[in-house]
Design a protein around this ligand. Structure first.
Ligand SMILES: Nc1ncnc2c1ncn2[C@@H]1O[C@H](COP(=O)(O)OP(=O)(O)OP(=O)(O)O)[C@@H](O)[C@H]1O
Length: 241
C-alpha cells in the first residue's frame, strides 16, 4: 500500500531561548494505507503534538508533512481545509460530538459541510452506524448515549466518506476495558479496509492491536516494535533487546 502519511525530520519547538520546549525532534514516520500504528510514550513526550501535526492542525517548526502526496504547507488555506475534511478523520478523547444534533446528524455533518446532499449524507452515516451496531441509537442525542456509544459515534464520524487517514488521541482512555477493546477493534477494521490509522494510547493492551508501535521519549522517536503475541511484549520498550 502507498504511504498516506509521511513525517520527514519533523520538529516542533514552542517558544524560544532558554525556555523553549522541544515537543518533537526530527521525527521520521511513514504510515501506509492498511496500517494501524500505535504511539506510546510518557506524559509530555510529544504524542499529541505528533498527532496534531499529522492532522495539519498545527505546523511543524521544521521538517515536512506529506499526506496523500500533498504537503499541506504548499496548499492554499481552502485546499488545506478540504484535505482536512475529506482525507482525515479525527477521534479525540472527549468525543467532541455536538449536543442538539442526533447521532446520525453528527456523523453526517462532515459530508454535509462538504456539499453532499443531506439525504445521501444521512444514508452514508446510517451505513457507518450500522457497521458499528448503532442503528438503534441513530436518532438519539449524544447525552442519551453511554460513553462507549458516544465514542463509537465519534469513530463513525471520523471514518464516514472516503477518509484515508484516521488519527485518534487516547480514544479508549475514558472507557472501560470492554468498550476500549470495541474501539480498538473498529480502528483495526478501518485499517483492514485500507485506512492509515495512528492511535495514541497509554495502554499496552490497546497497542497490541497495532501493526507497529512507536515510542516517543522527550520528543524523539525512541523505539519501534511489532507487537508480539501478548501485550506484555510492549511493557518494556527499549530494554536492550
Ligand atoms: N502550546 C504549547 N506551548 C508550550 N509548550 C507546549 C505547548 N503544547 C505542548 N507543549 C509541550 O510540548 C511537550 C509535548 O506535549 P504533548 O501534549 O505533545 O505531550 P503528550 O505526550 O501528548 O503528553 P500527555 O501524554 O500528557 O498527553 C510537553 O512538554 C508540553 O508541555
Amino acid at each position: 500500500m502507498t504511504a498516506v502519511l509521511e513525517l520527514r525530520r519533523v520538529s516542533k519547538t514552542h517558544g524560544s531561548g532558554p525556555t523553549a520546549v522541544h515537543a518533537l525532534r526530527e521525527i521520521d514516520l511513514t504510515v501506509r494505507g492498511g496500517e494501524l500504528v500505535a504511539v506510546m510514550g510518557p506524559s509530555g513526550s510529544g504524542k499529541s503534538t505528533l498527532l496534531t501535526i499529522a492532522g495539519t492542525l498545527e505546523e511543524p517548526t521544521s521538517g515536512s508533512v506529506v499526506i496523500t502526496g500533498h504537503d499541506p504547507a504548499d496548499l492554499s488555506r481552502n485546499d488545506r481545509a478540504r484535505l482536512r475534511r475529506q482525507a482525515i478523520g479525527y477521534v479525540f478523547q472527549d468525543f467532541n460530538l455536538l449536543a442538539g444534533l442526533t447521532a446520525v446528524e453528527n456523523v453526517a455533518l462532515p459530508l454535509e459541510l462538504d456539499g453532499t446532499p443531506v439525504k445521501a449524507a444521512r444514508a452514508a452515516a446510517m451505513d457507518v452506524l450500522a457497521k458499528l451496531e448503532l442503528t438503534d441509537r441513530a436518532a438519539r442525542d449524544p447525552d442519551e448515549l453511554s460513553g462507549g456509544e458516544r465514542q463509537r459515534v465519534a469513530i463513525a464520524r471520523a471514518v464516514v466518506g472516503q477518509r484515508r487517514l484516521l488519527l485518534a488521541d487516547e480514544p479508549t482512555g475514558a472507557l472501560d476495558s470492554l468498550s476500549g477493546e470495541t474501539v480498538m477493534r473498529l480502528l483495526r477494521r478501518s485499517a483492514d479496509d485500507g485506512v492509515a490509522c495512528v492511535v495514541v494510547t497509554h495502554d499496552a493492551r490497546m497497542a497490541s492491536w497495532a501493526d507497529r508501535v512507536v515510542f516517543l521519549r522527550d520528543g524523539r522517536l525512541a523505539d519501534q516494535t511489532v507487537p508480539g503475541p501478548g501485550p506484555e511484549s510492549l511493557l518494556t520498550p527499549g530494554d536492550g533487546r
